[in-house]
Ligand binder design. Structure first.
Ligand code: MN
Length: 230
């Protein structure tokens, strides 16, 4: 089984790397994680064709120009080349019906790929929300999410309130075409989105950092490698 993962580019565009935290739950789930770099559209499509499933990792902010907005104070670093690769990968995954798990930045790329918009900086644009940039360790939960009962997410981990970690200062604003919200934080911030009837799940939290100790976090990877039970 071959799986394309998104890439992290913490050091500008000089290095492409994947945190081990992503690799480990994929391997536990029986998947073979393969990292792709920045590729032209045709190679993105080819990479998706040759993979059984696609995962987008966390990272920097999506360029606001991608959703028809201009940079505002509070926007973090952006990487237009990474945006280009990941938007092409998402479009290919959707077109080919490949299971797509989109984590943190990934949920935002997924939303933008379908025409949605983002809050560029929650503390500035939605004052009064919870602290979504937690100070606790990455494996620790900091706020719960409520889960829509009739959702892919509920099928994977149940619909009970679920405590998740939180390392984001942006979130989905208007939703892209066909997307529905399937988890929200207590302040109403969007924490999961799906395309009903399709093997597509975006989560705003970081299940990879909780998966070693939290069976529900691991279950997202297990379900994704299993094709979200196609
Ligand atoms: Mn959060």
């Amino acid at each position: 089984m071959a799986i394309v993962c998104g890439q992290n580019s913490a050091l500008a565009t000089e290095h492409l790397w994947l945190k081990r935290a992503y690799q480990e739950p994929i391997v536990r789930a029986g998947g073979l994680p393969l990292l792709i770099g920045y590729l032209p559209d045709a190679l993105c499509q080819q990479a998706v064709t040759q993979s059984d499933a696609v995962l987008l990792t966390g990272g920097e902010d999506v360029d606001p120009l991608r959703y028809g907005a201009y940079p505002q104070r509070g926007l973090g670093s952006v990487d237009p080349k990474r945006d280009a690769t990941e938007l092409a990968v998402v479009r290919a995954a959707l077109a080919q019906g490949k299971p797509l798990l989109a984590i943190c930045r990934g949920i935002q790329v997924l939303n933008v790929a379908l025409g949605g918009t983002l809050y560029q900086d929650l503390p500035r644009e939605r004052p009064g929300t919870l602290l979504h940039s937690q100070t606790a360790p990455r494996w620790a939960a900091s706020h719960p999410v409520s889960i829509a009962p009739e959702s892919l997410l509920a099928r994977l981990i149940g619909a009970d309130p679920y405590p998740v970690n939180s390392f984001h200062h942006q979130s989905c604003r208007s939703l892209g075409e066909g997307l529905v919200v399937t988890a929200t934080a207590p302040d109403g911030v969007v924490e999961a989105i799906e395309l009903p009837g399709r093997p597509v799940l975006g989560v705003q939290w970081h299940p990879e950092d909780m998966a070693a100790d939290d069976p529900r976090a691991q279950a997202l990877f297990d379900g994704w490698v299993a094709g979200f039970s196609r």
